[in-house]
Design a binder for this molecule. Structure first.
Ligand code: AMP
Ligand code: GLY
Length: 426
């Protein structure tokens, strides 16, 4: 098979690494890719959100399966355009990708299909916002309806702050994305993410993973795309996975099919494990980054037949997925200044030596090569030090041993990856 991966981050490097191990692959191409991905795939300089150029590339290269990494091309209709051309794609159509691209859609969908989520109201004016805030207790959760690069969620501690934020958002704080707001109750509990594959009719659970959204140790400071991840997570045992499938994922797949927008691809459910059971915080229509990196480390089955089965509506016939029981962690090394203003250009050495440690894979995210062929930081999140181990602690130790071998004095990374799962109570 000829496969095209769309994207250029650590998630796509992990996918390329895993896919390149499949015997089904003849040619592997990545658009646009990065220097790490270039070790497994031919990188072509087509941007991940350039839908027209990606379709052209897939046609020219006789691609049999397009694997879409990030959300922008999904929301931009890449899968719809590929399907029109008869090219199989792993990822939802534009209509199905609304589960990520519109929070208002997802909330209304949850209501229609009885999927547990926070009590909420969708509003486009201050009168309605105030009226619903009146029914809630602090803290208040305010969300821009549309895609806001992961920044569109505000948790306001006081009523005054909530009103001020609602006003700012409705008057364009996140552009058009916040012309409509979802206001919701604050859910208490532990967060976890569950990943499942869907072919539009059937869902197959993958695994749970947990990421670290905040920049600082102890989960403090600004939100980021994710500073690390681990899987499994003690908060989600098999019984909880089954419950999430039964209460949340299965009804979603069934509901989307009933509504004429069957969901094909990976469903990434962000959950709050509350006292009343798991509740959906949000869906993403793609793999998490860096959660994908730990899932790929743990997956023993060939990934390609699973992705193809999603595209072909054939998941029911796929043999059960085989997973490594050993935990995996991912440590994100970021450029200085991330997430506010990442400084690019610092030189990175020692990646191969770190990669040599048993059980360690270094996935590239925002890297580039300069004219001397040296590796340098070219984005916010730069390297994903990913390790498996006999225990979670062992995996964490390997990840930090590998990070120590990377000669990049400017790097910032958290020193407490997986701390919640390593607490004595677990
Ligand atoms: P989201 O972009 O919807 O995943 O929200 C970002 C983060 O905000 C989540 O990971 C949660 O930590 C927090 N959050 C979102 N909605 C709620 C809620 N209803 N209750 C508590 N925390 C929330
Ligand atoms: N790690 C969070 C995300 O991929 O959205």
């Amino acid at each position: 098979m000829n496969i095209l991966i769309v994207g250029s981050g650590g998630r796509e490097h992990a996918l390329a690494w895993k896919i390149s191990q499949s015997e089904t692959v003849e040619r592997l191409i990545c658009a646009p890719g990065n220097p790490g991905i270039a070790r497994h795939a031919q990188c072509v300089p087509v941007k991940a959100d350039d839908v027209k150029a990606l379709v052209r590339l897939a046609e020219e290269q006789a691609i049999d399966l397009v694997v879409v990494g990030p959300e922008a091309p999904l929301a931009g209709g890449l899968v719809d355009r590929l399907t029109e051309k008869g090219i199989a794609a792993f990822g939802p159509t534009q209509a199905a990708a609304q589960l990520e691209s519109s929070k208002a859609f997802t909330k209304a969908f949850c209501e229609r299909h009885d999927i547990p989520t926070a009590r909420h109201r969708t509003v486009d004016n201050m009168d309605d916002a105030r009226a619903f805030l009146d029914t809630l207790e602090a803290p208040f959760v305010l969300k821009a309806d549309g895609l806001a690069a992961g920044k569109g969620v505000i948790i306001a501690e006081t009523r005054k702050e909530a009103e001020a934020e609602a006003e700012a958002m409705l008057s364009g704080k996140f552009g058009d994305a916040s012309a409509t707001l979802v206001i919701e109750e604050f859910l208490k509990g532990e967060e976890a993410s569950v990943f499942a594959l869907s072919d539009g009719k059937t869902a197959v659970v993958m695994k749970a993973a947990q990421d670290h959204k905040r920049i600082g140790e102890g989960d403090t400071g600004l939100n980021t795309g994710g500073m690390g991840a681990y899987s499994p997570t003690p908060a989600v045992d098999q019984a909880m996975l089954d419950r999430v499938m039964a209460d949340i994922i299965d009804p979603t797949v069934k509901g989307m099919a009933e509504e004429g927008a069957p969901y094909q691809g990976v469903l990434y459910a962000g959950l709050m494990l509350t006292r009343e059971g798991p509740k959906l915080i949000e869906y993403n229509a793609r793999f998490g980054d860096p959660e994908c990196q730990v899932l790929m480390m743990r997956m023993k089955s060939d990934l390609v037949p699973a992705l193809k089965a999603c595209a072909d509506g054939a998941l029911a016939d796929l043999p059960a997925l085989d997973w490594d029981a050993r935990p995996a962690v991912c440590l994100v090394m970021a450029a200085p200044g991330y997430p506010e203003k990442a400084e690019k250009g610092s030189i990175i050495r020692g990646v191969d030596s770190a990669d040599d440690i048993e059980g360690v894979e270094i996935f590239h995210a925002g890297t580039a090569e300069n004219e001397r062929g040296e590796l340098m930081a070219a984005g916010g999140r730069v390297l994903n030090v990913t390790a498996s181990g006999d225990t979670l602690r062992h995996a964490v130790e390997r990840a930090y041993a590998a990070a120590n071998r990377i000669d990049w004095p400017e790097a910032y990374y958290r020193k407490d990856i997986a701390w919640r799962a390593l607490r004595p109570s677990n």
